[in-house]
Ligand binder design. Structure first.
Ligand SMILES: Nc1ncnc2c1ncn2[C@@H]1O[C@H](COP(=O)(O)OP(=O)(O)O)[C@@H](O)[C@H]1O
Ligand SMILES: [Mg+2]
Length: 328
């Protein structure tokens, strides 16, 4: 039974598959990116012999997934992204083709009766119809592969993954590449979900813009040596730190507004937990900065604790798998 379920985190930066084997959850991930190379027979042969994911059309080779950035480094352009800000990237003509290749590689064809639950973001107010297109297109891909498929909101997936001990009551936040998705849940029901489009990519692009670096350089620096809890560092550290604070404050402000707008907040009998996941929550010093912003916002709920999920890069995928188990 458990072998017949899959959870998929369809993130802007990474696509993560969660499957069960016995009691254990296994994860496999691919970067949600690709690069275009000129079509040269020898390159194609090399890619095939190295087992590098690629596809061809009449004039080009496309390398996609985890090893795309090796090629991006020595080509002039940056890697291309099938998704942007949580949804199919409207500026990328190969968006669906690449998503289909990545999903097919990760999930394969369904075994008989196999089910999959995949994550979708909350659409920003001006992109509600884009979410319809995004979700339906992904459903079609899974149907072609033979799956029974369903979507789950990303913020709710964090709650499903991490807040079993409080009967799925509390706040889940996912700070990914394209978006920050947030859900306040009460006994497994979403009271509200929301998303901001300021997260990891916003930090990279904004810090690159004011320092003259490329977004990839900013990203690698942010992931490798940056600390949010330090004042020392170069111009890039300084810029990244400013935009990091902006990302955190934007998320907390959105949470504050949603709470103010929700007419009937449930009556929580005890303080509730707040759990954070996503790659952007990995920076050293992230949590104290978030706690600080939460204190300043003075929200109308009491928190028992604010903490990072155990495995922040895999939390959404695990939550999607739990959603499949609970709901499908
Ligand atoms: N160690 C790190 N410190 C800060 N940011 C990181 C770190 N590792 C990854 N990230 C950032 O996390 C984001 C990707 O997170 P992920 O949860 O996989 O995103 P998505 O849901 O958009 O696919 C990217 O912006 C990446 O640069
Ligand atoms: Mg994500």
């Amino acid at each position: 039974m458990a072998g017949e379920l899959k959870g998929l985190d369809l993130g802007t930066s990474r696509i993560v598959l969660a499957t069960m084997s016995g009691e254990k959850v296994n994860f496999t991930a691919q970067r949600n990116a690709f690069v275009e190379l000129p079509l040269v027979k020898m390159t194609e042969t090399m890619l095939a012999s190295e087992g590098i994911l690629h596809t061809v059309d009449e004039r080009h080779l496309y390398v996609y997934g985890n090893r795309a950035d090796e090629f991006a480094k020595f080509l002039d352009g940056d890697e291309r992204r099938p998704m942007a800000r949580g949804l199919l990237n409207p500026a990328e003509p190969k968006n669906l083709e690449m998503i289909e290749l990545l999903i097919t590689h990760l999930c394969g064809e369904a075994r008989e009766g196999e089910k999959v639950c995949f994550s979708i973001p909350t659409a920003p107010a001006d992109r509600k119809s884009d979410l319809v297109f995004h979700e339906r297109s992904v459903l079609n891909i899974f149907q072609e592969l033979g799956y029974t498929a369903q979507s789950v909101n990303e913020g709710l997936a964090i709650v499903y993954s991490e807040l079993r001990d409080t009967n799925f009551t509390g706040i889940g936040m996912s700070f990914g590449g394209g978006m920050c998705n947030i859900c306040l849940a009460y006994l497994g029901l979403p009271v509200f979900t929301l998303a901001t489009t300021r997260s990891g990519d916003y930090i990279d692009q904004s810090a690159a813009s004011v320092t003259g670096e490329t977004p990839t350089t900013a990203r690698l620096h942010k992931e490798q040596s940056f600390r949010l809890d330090s004042n020392v560092g170069n111009a890039l550290d300084h810029a990244i730190s400013i935009y990091y604070t902006d990302v955190i404050e934007t998320a907390v402000k959105a949470l504050q507004e949603a709470m103010a707008e929700t007419k009937k907040l449930p009556r929580f009998t005890s303080p509730i937990p707040l759990v954070c996941a996503g790659g952007t929550a990995m920076a050293r010093g992230f949590l104290p900065e978030l706690e600080n912003a939460l204190r300043n916002a003075d929200l109308p709920v009491k928190f028992s604790k604010a903490y990072l999920a155990k495995d922040v890069l895999n939390t959404t995928a695990k939550g999607a798998l739990v959603a499949a188990m609970l709901n499908m």
